[in-house]
Ligand binder design. Sequence first.
Ligand code: ADP
Ligand code: ADP
Length: 224
Amino acid sequence: MQLIIEHLSKRYPNGVHALNDVSLTIPNGMYGLLGQNGAGKSTLMRTLATLQDADSGTVMLDDLNVLTQKDDVRRVLGYLPQEFGVYPKVSATDLLDHLAILKGITNGRERSELVKALLNRVNLYDHRKKAVSSYSGGMKQRFGIAQALIGNPKLIIVDEPTAGLDPGERNRFYNLLSEIGENVIVILSTHIVQDVMELCNNMAIIHKGRVLYSGSPQASVDKL
Ligand code: ADP
Ligand code: ADP
């Protein structure tokens, strides 16, 4: 699996050039997208997650055109947004079950096995009957991982995940992320250099919508 972004540009109506000729090749594994506030990270992540259109450029996930084949991409996509999200007052089990239906998992028995496995995986099984809206920030983000993993995604997009988490929650979150596996592309957007250095095999730095660096985290230290 490989994600190839070529000459991607996006300008907002207010004139801000949020993405300016971005080209990146992203292989399997954990990929860090590093940049300050306003660099264009969220714009790029939302575009990759088929939630927003670009003005020009191409994005290919193997043979899939991410910018045009949105439904096909969504089937293999897990997206974990920046915000903890507004969750309805339904239990974690019911919410995951519902999201699994939306992902096309129609077999009830298969779904309940999956939901149980996901809740165990993110250590929320004991809290499965509680409303997700009542969870702490860290629990919501771990729930977000469970949510993003429904349907065995091949591309997982994680946008500034640890804002507002305490160090313990942050570690638990990152441990879970790093267990996702080698045959999946996980793109982690953050402004925290250390997170990328510790977790990612490859990375890019973006600034004002342009790619300043792409390569290994280690080589970036030597180069910058
Ligand atoms: P971040 O920089 O952490 O991604 P922002 O606070 O910039 O978050 O953006 C939060 C939301 O507001 C996003 O949905 C973004 O698209 C929108 N937004 C950001 N800047 C502007 C702007 N200048 N005009 C309109 N919407 C904006
Ligand atoms: P980051 O996630 O790195 O903070 P964003 O992609 O949120 O960066 O924003 C990149 C630039 O685009 C910023 O200058 C931001 O204010 C602007 N921007 C983001 N969303 C919007 C929007 N919906 N409308 C106008 N400007 C926006």
